[in-house]
Design a protein around this ligand. Structure first.
Ligand SMILES: Nc1ncnc2c1ncn2[C@@H]1O[C@H](COP(=O)(O)OP(=O)(O)O)[C@@H](O)[C@H]1O
Ligand SMILES: C[C@@](O)(CCOP(=O)(O)O)CC(=O)O
Ligand SMILES: [Mg+2]
Length: 338
Protein backbone atom coordinates (compact mmCIF):
# COMPACT_ATOMS: atom_id res chain seq x y z
CA UNK A 1 0.00 0.00 0.00
CA UNK A 2 1.15 3.55 -0.71
CA UNK A 3 -0.17 6.58 1.14
CA UNK A 4 0.40 10.11 -0.17
CA UNK A 5 -0.89 13.44 1.06
CA UNK A 6 -1.19 16.89 -0.51
CA UNK A 7 -2.15 20.30 0.91
CA UNK A 8 -5.12 22.54 0.19
CA UNK A 9 -4.60 26.21 -0.70
CA UNK A 10 -5.95 29.71 -0.42
CA UNK A 11 -5.68 32.30 -3.17
CA UNK A 12 -3.89 35.45 -2.08
CA UNK A 13 -5.31 36.76 -5.34
CA UNK A 14 -6.02 35.89 -8.98
CA UNK A 15 -8.60 33.07 -9.02
CA UNK A 16 -10.95 32.94 -12.03
CA UNK A 17 -8.83 35.38 -14.07
CA UNK A 18 -6.07 32.73 -14.06
CA UNK A 19 -8.33 30.53 -16.21
CA UNK A 20 -7.91 33.14 -19.02
CA UNK A 21 -4.14 33.41 -18.80
CA UNK A 22 -3.80 36.13 -16.16
CA UNK A 23 -1.35 35.46 -13.29
CA UNK A 24 -2.50 34.21 -9.86
CA UNK A 25 -0.83 33.63 -6.49
CA UNK A 26 -2.20 30.66 -4.54
CA UNK A 27 -0.56 29.57 -1.26
CA UNK A 28 -0.54 25.98 0.05
CA UNK A 29 -1.95 25.62 3.58
CA UNK A 30 -1.52 23.07 6.36
CA UNK A 31 -4.75 21.16 5.73
CA UNK A 32 -4.15 17.99 3.78
CA UNK A 33 -5.94 15.30 1.82
CA UNK A 34 -4.54 11.79 2.28
CA UNK A 35 -5.03 9.06 -0.32
CA UNK A 36 -4.13 5.40 0.25
CA UNK A 37 -3.82 3.17 -2.79
CA UNK A 38 -3.28 -0.58 -3.02
CA UNK A 39 -2.97 -2.37 -6.35
CA UNK A 40 -5.52 -5.15 -6.86
CA UNK A 41 -5.04 -8.34 -8.78
CA UNK A 42 -7.98 -7.52 -11.05
CA UNK A 43 -8.80 -4.34 -12.98
CA UNK A 44 -11.52 -3.05 -10.64
CA UNK A 45 -11.38 0.17 -8.66
CA UNK A 46 -12.85 0.30 -5.17
CA UNK A 47 -13.12 3.75 -3.64
CA UNK A 48 -13.79 4.52 0.01
CA UNK A 49 -14.45 8.20 0.56
CA UNK A 50 -15.95 8.82 4.01
CA UNK A 51 -15.76 12.63 3.64
CA UNK A 52 -18.01 12.77 0.61
CA UNK A 53 -21.37 14.20 1.55
CA UNK A 54 -23.05 10.97 0.48
CA UNK A 55 -22.95 9.78 4.08
CA UNK A 56 -19.68 7.91 3.83
CA UNK A 57 -20.22 5.44 1.06
CA UNK A 58 -18.05 2.80 -0.51
CA UNK A 59 -18.24 2.16 -4.20
CA UNK A 60 -16.88 -0.58 -6.38
CA UNK A 61 -16.77 -0.24 -10.12
CA UNK A 62 -14.84 -1.04 -13.29
CA UNK A 63 -13.79 -4.52 -14.44
CA UNK A 64 -16.61 -6.77 -15.69
CA UNK A 65 -19.63 -4.77 -14.48
CA UNK A 66 -21.35 -1.98 -16.39
CA UNK A 67 -18.57 0.34 -15.28
CA UNK A 68 -20.77 2.25 -12.85
CA UNK A 69 -20.55 2.27 -9.07
CA UNK A 70 -22.79 -0.08 -7.16
CA UNK A 71 -24.24 2.34 -4.63
CA UNK A 72 -27.79 3.22 -3.80
CA UNK A 73 -27.90 7.02 -4.30
CA UNK A 74 -28.83 9.27 -7.22
CA UNK A 75 -26.51 8.68 -10.17
CA UNK A 76 -25.77 12.39 -10.68
CA UNK A 77 -24.57 12.75 -7.10
CA UNK A 78 -22.28 9.77 -7.36
CA UNK A 79 -20.83 10.96 -10.63
CA UNK A 80 -20.13 14.44 -9.26
CA UNK A 81 -18.60 12.91 -6.14
CA UNK A 82 -16.29 10.39 -7.79
CA UNK A 83 -15.34 12.40 -10.87
CA UNK A 84 -11.97 13.63 -9.55
CA UNK A 85 -10.88 10.31 -8.04
CA UNK A 86 -11.88 8.62 -11.28
CA UNK A 87 -9.85 11.12 -13.32
CA UNK A 88 -6.83 10.61 -11.03
CA UNK A 89 -7.00 6.83 -11.53
CA UNK A 90 -7.11 7.31 -15.31
CA UNK A 91 -4.09 9.64 -15.23
CA UNK A 92 -2.11 7.18 -13.09
CA UNK A 93 -2.92 4.27 -15.42
CA UNK A 94 -1.89 6.36 -18.40
CA UNK A 95 1.35 7.62 -16.79
CA UNK A 96 2.40 4.08 -15.82
CA UNK A 97 1.21 2.61 -19.12
CA UNK A 98 -1.02 0.19 -17.17
CA UNK A 99 -4.51 0.71 -18.63
CA UNK A 100 -5.95 -2.32 -16.81
CA UNK A 101 -4.53 -1.68 -13.35
CA UNK A 102 -7.08 -2.01 -10.53
CA UNK A 103 -6.86 -0.27 -7.15
CA UNK A 104 -8.37 -0.06 -3.70
CA UNK A 105 -8.45 3.68 -2.95
CA UNK A 106 -9.23 5.38 0.36
CA UNK A 107 -9.55 9.16 0.56
CA UNK A 108 -9.46 11.05 3.83
CA UNK A 109 -9.27 14.79 3.92
CA UNK A 110 -9.23 17.74 6.33
CA UNK A 111 -10.08 20.09 3.44
CA UNK A 112 -13.80 20.94 3.19
CA UNK A 113 -15.22 19.93 -0.20
CA UNK A 114 -16.15 22.52 -2.79
CA UNK A 115 -15.26 25.36 -0.43
CA UNK A 116 -12.48 27.04 -2.42
CA UNK A 117 -9.58 25.44 -0.56
CA UNK A 118 -8.66 23.16 -3.45
CA UNK A 119 -9.88 19.82 -2.09
CA UNK A 120 -10.19 18.50 -5.64
CA UNK A 121 -6.58 19.35 -6.52
CA UNK A 122 -5.27 17.83 -3.27
CA UNK A 123 -7.19 14.59 -3.79
CA UNK A 124 -6.12 14.33 -7.43
CA UNK A 125 -2.44 15.11 -6.76
CA UNK A 126 -2.19 12.74 -3.77
CA UNK A 127 -4.17 10.07 -5.66
CA UNK A 128 -1.99 10.15 -8.78
CA UNK A 129 1.14 10.14 -6.62
CA UNK A 130 0.10 7.12 -4.56
CA UNK A 131 -1.22 5.17 -7.57
CA UNK A 132 1.83 5.76 -9.79
CA UNK A 133 4.16 4.78 -6.92
CA UNK A 134 2.13 1.62 -6.40
CA UNK A 135 2.67 0.82 -10.08
CA UNK A 136 6.44 1.39 -9.69
CA UNK A 137 6.33 4.54 -11.79
CA UNK A 138 6.80 7.54 -9.47
CA UNK A 139 6.46 11.02 -11.01
CA UNK A 140 8.25 14.27 -10.18
CA UNK A 141 6.12 16.98 -8.52
CA UNK A 142 6.07 18.86 -11.85
CA UNK A 143 4.88 15.79 -13.80
CA UNK A 144 2.29 15.15 -11.11
CA UNK A 145 1.08 18.74 -11.32
CA UNK A 146 0.67 18.45 -15.09
CA UNK A 147 -1.22 15.13 -14.81
CA UNK A 148 -3.42 16.51 -12.05
CA UNK A 149 -4.15 19.60 -14.16
CA UNK A 150 -5.31 17.35 -17.00
CA UNK A 151 -7.60 15.51 -14.58
CA UNK A 152 -9.16 18.77 -13.33
CA UNK A 153 -9.42 20.06 -16.91
CA UNK A 154 -11.36 16.95 -17.95
CA UNK A 155 -13.72 17.00 -14.97
CA UNK A 156 -14.34 20.76 -15.30
CA UNK A 157 -15.13 20.44 -19.05
CA UNK A 158 -11.99 22.12 -20.24
CA UNK A 159 -12.25 25.01 -17.79
CA UNK A 160 -9.34 24.83 -15.37
CA UNK A 161 -6.05 26.55 -14.71
CA UNK A 162 -2.83 24.97 -13.49
CA UNK A 163 -2.89 27.08 -10.32
CA UNK A 164 -4.50 24.72 -7.78
CA UNK A 165 -2.80 21.56 -8.94
CA UNK A 166 0.69 23.11 -9.24
CA UNK A 167 0.40 24.80 -5.84
CA UNK A 168 -0.66 21.66 -4.11
CA UNK A 169 1.98 19.51 -5.85
CA UNK A 170 4.95 21.75 -4.96
CA UNK A 171 3.71 23.54 -1.80
CA UNK A 172 4.52 27.05 -0.54
CA UNK A 173 3.46 30.19 -2.38
CA UNK A 174 3.41 29.94 -6.18
CA UNK A 175 2.64 32.10 -9.18
CA UNK A 176 0.94 30.65 -12.22
CA UNK A 177 0.39 32.33 -15.55
CA UNK A 178 -0.80 30.04 -18.35
CA UNK A 179 1.63 27.12 -18.40
CA UNK A 180 4.35 29.10 -16.62
CA UNK A 181 4.25 27.79 -13.04
CA UNK A 182 6.85 28.58 -10.39
CA UNK A 183 7.38 28.76 -6.65
CA UNK A 184 7.91 32.23 -5.22
CA UNK A 185 9.41 33.47 -1.95
CA UNK A 186 6.79 34.91 0.34
CA UNK A 187 6.78 35.72 4.04
CA UNK A 188 4.55 33.66 6.30
CA UNK A 189 1.30 35.62 5.99
CA UNK A 190 -1.26 35.56 8.84
CA UNK A 191 -4.16 33.92 6.97
CA UNK A 192 -7.49 33.47 8.75
CA UNK A 193 -10.07 31.31 6.98
CA UNK A 194 -13.84 31.58 7.56
CA UNK A 195 -16.08 28.78 6.25
CA UNK A 196 -19.85 29.18 5.80
CA UNK A 197 -20.41 25.41 5.77
CA UNK A 198 -21.49 25.53 2.13
CA UNK A 199 -19.97 24.81 -1.25
CA UNK A 200 -19.85 26.15 -4.79
CA UNK A 201 -19.71 24.21 -8.04
CA UNK A 202 -16.36 25.15 -9.57
CA UNK A 203 -17.33 24.13 -13.13
CA UNK A 204 -20.57 26.14 -13.09
CA UNK A 205 -19.01 29.23 -11.52
CA UNK A 206 -16.17 29.23 -14.05
CA UNK A 207 -18.70 28.82 -16.86
CA UNK A 208 -20.67 31.82 -15.52
CA UNK A 209 -17.60 34.05 -15.62
CA UNK A 210 -16.76 32.80 -19.11
CA UNK A 211 -20.25 33.76 -20.37
CA UNK A 212 -20.09 37.24 -18.80
CA UNK A 213 -16.65 37.78 -20.25
CA UNK A 214 -17.84 36.77 -23.72
CA UNK A 215 -20.96 38.92 -23.52
CA UNK A 216 -19.59 42.16 -22.09
CA UNK A 217 -16.38 43.99 -22.85
CA UNK A 218 -16.42 45.44 -19.35
CA UNK A 219 -16.52 41.93 -17.84
CA UNK A 220 -13.48 41.02 -19.95
CA UNK A 221 -11.87 44.25 -18.66
CA UNK A 222 -12.69 43.18 -15.09
CA UNK A 223 -10.84 39.90 -15.65
CA UNK A 224 -7.85 41.87 -17.03
CA UNK A 225 -8.01 44.20 -14.03
CA UNK A 226 -7.61 41.20 -11.75
CA UNK A 227 -4.46 40.35 -13.72
CA UNK A 228 -3.16 43.94 -13.26
CA UNK A 229 -3.90 43.74 -9.55
CA UNK A 230 -1.99 40.45 -9.26
CA UNK A 231 1.03 41.89 -11.11
CA UNK A 232 1.02 44.80 -8.68
CA UNK A 233 0.72 42.37 -5.74
CA UNK A 234 3.67 40.38 -7.04
CA UNK A 235 5.87 43.47 -7.10
CA UNK A 236 4.83 44.21 -3.51
CA UNK A 237 5.74 40.65 -2.48
CA UNK A 238 9.04 40.80 -4.38
CA UNK A 239 10.10 43.84 -2.29
CA UNK A 240 9.37 42.04 0.99
CA UNK A 241 11.91 40.03 2.97
CA UNK A 242 10.58 36.44 2.86
CA UNK A 243 12.58 35.45 5.95
CA UNK A 244 11.26 38.28 8.15
CA UNK A 245 7.89 38.72 9.84
CA UNK A 246 5.64 40.65 7.44
CA UNK A 247 5.68 44.39 8.16
CA UNK A 248 2.50 46.43 8.81
CA UNK A 249 3.02 48.22 5.50
CA UNK A 250 3.23 44.95 3.59
CA UNK A 251 0.10 43.58 5.25
CA UNK A 252 -1.80 46.82 4.65
CA UNK A 253 -0.89 46.87 0.97
CA UNK A 254 -1.65 43.17 0.38
CA UNK A 255 -4.90 43.56 2.34
CA UNK A 256 -6.00 46.46 0.19
CA UNK A 257 -5.38 44.37 -2.92
CA UNK A 258 -7.36 41.47 -1.43
CA UNK A 259 -10.30 43.82 -0.76
CA UNK A 260 -10.12 45.11 -4.32
CA UNK A 261 -9.91 41.58 -5.72
CA UNK A 262 -13.02 40.57 -3.76
CA UNK A 263 -14.88 43.53 -5.26
CA UNK A 264 -13.92 42.48 -8.79
CA UNK A 265 -14.90 38.84 -8.11
CA UNK A 266 -18.19 40.07 -6.67
CA UNK A 267 -18.79 42.04 -9.87
CA UNK A 268 -18.16 38.84 -11.84
CA UNK A 269 -20.99 37.20 -9.90
CA UNK A 270 -19.06 34.59 -7.93
CA UNK A 271 -19.54 35.86 -4.39
CA UNK A 272 -22.58 35.19 -2.19
CA UNK A 273 -24.34 36.87 0.69
CA UNK A 274 -22.68 34.58 3.25
CA UNK A 275 -19.21 35.13 1.76
CA UNK A 276 -19.83 38.91 1.69
CA UNK A 277 -21.03 38.88 5.30
CA UNK A 278 -17.91 37.03 6.44
CA UNK A 279 -15.69 39.39 4.41
CA UNK A 280 -17.33 42.40 6.09
CA UNK A 281 -17.12 40.84 9.56
CA UNK A 282 -13.38 40.35 9.02
CA UNK A 283 -12.86 43.89 7.75
CA UNK A 284 -14.84 45.40 10.62
CA UNK A 285 -12.75 43.39 13.07
CA UNK A 286 -9.66 45.13 11.71
CA UNK A 287 -8.35 42.57 9.21
CA UNK A 288 -5.92 44.13 6.70
CA UNK A 289 -8.10 42.73 3.92
CA UNK A 290 -10.51 39.90 3.15
CA UNK A 291 -11.78 38.12 0.05
CA UNK A 292 -13.43 34.94 -1.09
CA UNK A 293 -11.01 32.17 -2.07
CA UNK A 294 -11.33 29.78 -5.01
CA UNK A 295 -14.36 29.46 -7.20
CA UNK A 296 -16.78 31.16 -4.74
CA UNK A 297 -20.55 30.74 -4.65
CA UNK A 298 -20.23 29.62 -1.02
CA UNK A 299 -17.45 28.10 1.05
CA UNK A 300 -14.49 30.05 2.39
CA UNK A 301 -13.09 33.52 2.71
CA UNK A 302 -9.50 34.35 3.55
CA UNK A 303 -8.49 37.37 5.62
CA UNK A 304 -5.12 38.76 6.73
CA UNK A 305 -4.85 39.43 10.45
CA UNK A 306 -1.96 38.77 12.82
CA UNK A 307 -4.17 39.56 15.87
CA UNK A 308 -6.95 37.27 17.21
CA UNK A 309 -9.64 39.88 16.36
CA UNK A 310 -10.79 38.48 13.02
CA UNK A 311 -11.02 34.91 14.34
CA UNK A 312 -13.09 36.12 17.29
CA UNK A 313 -15.38 38.23 15.11
CA UNK A 314 -15.94 35.38 12.65
CA UNK A 315 -16.73 33.02 15.51
CA UNK A 316 -19.61 35.34 16.41
CA UNK A 317 -20.77 35.80 12.82
CA UNK A 318 -23.97 33.86 12.15
CA UNK A 319 -22.96 32.89 8.60
CA UNK A 320 -19.60 31.46 9.70
CA UNK A 321 -19.60 27.79 10.64
CA UNK A 322 -15.89 27.28 11.16
CA UNK A 323 -12.87 29.54 11.47
CA UNK A 324 -9.19 28.62 11.61
CA UNK A 325 -5.71 29.99 11.05
CA UNK A 326 -4.11 28.66 7.88
CA UNK A 327 -0.33 28.30 8.09
CA UNK A 328 1.60 28.30 4.82
CA UNK A 329 2.52 24.67 3.99
CA UNK A 330 6.12 24.41 2.79
CA UNK A 331 5.64 20.81 1.60
CA UNK A 332 3.57 19.94 -1.43
CA UNK A 333 2.77 16.31 -2.16
CA UNK A 334 4.38 13.95 0.35
CA UNK A 335 4.69 10.17 0.70
CA UNK A 336 3.31 9.17 4.11
CA UNK A 337 3.77 5.40 3.80
CA UNK A 338 5.26 3.15 1.12
N1 LIG B 1 -12.37 13.89 0.76
C1 LIG B 1 -12.76 13.66 -0.50
N2 LIG B 1 -13.12 12.43 -0.91
C2 LIG B 1 -13.50 12.21 -2.19
N3 LIG B 1 -13.57 13.16 -3.14
C3 LIG B 1 -13.22 14.40 -2.80
C4 LIG B 1 -12.80 14.72 -1.46
N4 LIG B 1 -12.52 16.04 -1.41
C5 LIG B 1 -12.78 16.53 -2.66
N5 LIG B 1 -13.18 15.56 -3.49
C6 LIG B 1 -13.58 15.75 -4.90
O1 LIG B 1 -13.45 17.13 -5.22
C7 LIG B 1 -14.74 17.73 -5.51
C8 LIG B 1 -14.78 19.15 -4.99
O2 LIG B 1 -13.93 19.95 -5.79
P1 LIG B 1 -14.26 21.43 -6.25
O3 LIG B 1 -15.70 21.55 -6.62
O4 LIG B 1 -13.25 21.84 -7.25
O5 LIG B 1 -14.05 22.25 -4.91
P2 LIG B 1 -12.71 22.64 -4.13
O6 LIG B 1 -11.57 22.20 -4.95
O7 LIG B 1 -12.80 24.11 -3.97
O8 LIG B 1 -12.79 21.97 -2.80
C9 LIG B 1 -15.73 16.77 -4.84
O9 LIG B 1 -17.01 16.82 -5.48
C10 LIG B 1 -15.06 15.42 -5.04
O10 LIG B 1 -15.25 14.94 -6.36
C1 LIG C 1 -11.90 29.45 -10.09
C2 LIG C 1 -10.54 28.80 -10.22
O1 LIG C 1 -9.59 29.81 -10.59
C3 LIG C 1 -10.07 28.22 -8.86
C4 LIG C 1 -10.97 27.16 -8.30
O2 LIG C 1 -10.55 26.77 -7.00
P1 LIG C 1 -11.42 25.76 -6.13
O3 LIG C 1 -11.60 24.52 -6.93
O4 LIG C 1 -12.73 26.43 -5.83
O5 LIG C 1 -10.60 25.52 -4.89
C5 LIG C 1 -10.60 27.73 -11.31
C6 LIG C 1 -9.23 27.24 -11.78
O6 LIG C 1 -8.23 27.96 -11.65
O7 LIG C 1 -9.19 26.13 -12.35
MG1 LIG D 1 -11.29 22.45 -7.06
Amino acid sequence: MTVSSAPGKVYLFGEHAVVYGEPAVPCAIERRATVSVEVRDDSRVRVTAPDLSLDGFTVEYGGDGDGRPDVNVAKGLVEAGIAYVDAAVEQARDAADAPDAGFDVTVESAIPLGAGLGSSAAVVVAGIDAATRELGHPLSPEELAERAYRAEYDVQDGQASRADTFCCAVGGAVRVEGDDCRRIDAPNLPFVVGFDGGAGDTGKLVAGVRELREEYGFAADTVESIGDLVRHGESVLADADPAAEPTDELLAELGRLMDFDHGLLEALGVSSRTLDNMVWAAREAGAHGAKLTGAGGGGCIVALDETPETETALRYTAECQDVFRAELAPDGVRVEEE
